[in-house]
Design a protein around this ligand. Sequence first.
Ligand code: ZN
Length: 166
Amino acid sequence: MLELKYCFNCGNKLELKFLENEGMIPYCNNCKEYIFPIFSSAVSMIIINENTNETLLIKQYNTDFYRLVAGYINKGESAEEALKRELMEEVGLEAIKIKPLLSSYFEKSNTLIHNYLVFVNKKELITNYEVDSYSWFKIDDVLNHLVEGKLVTKFMKNYIDNHYNK
Ligand SMILES: [Zn+2]
């Protein structure tokens, strides 16, 4: 976990101070405030077509591996609102039913990613500039198209092992 060394308000060096029920927490002597870690929040989604039982993966940003549809949660937005907005913006789909799955911290972008299961009933997408290409995969086959060690693979395995056909 990244540790905060300087106050993000005033730049003062932080010291550790005891906070009841929390333990030693970084404290700014200038602002007279405890400074809790700051990180971004995002949603990603395992999208299932109810009619065909296939799942959607996309390619983005000129890279050659498949990813989940995902996006940052805006300040003031709930995770569910961000999910519906990103789903519509990126691939033009409407969520019929959603269910929270695993969440995971992604250190590279200092982001907590909340993964959801999303059911849709359309196969044709209207993609925006963020999406280079997309494919629907049978659940039994989808792991063959994912790269080991990536978050998308962890989320997909979690879904298949703990939620698919259960
Ligand atoms: Zn400060």
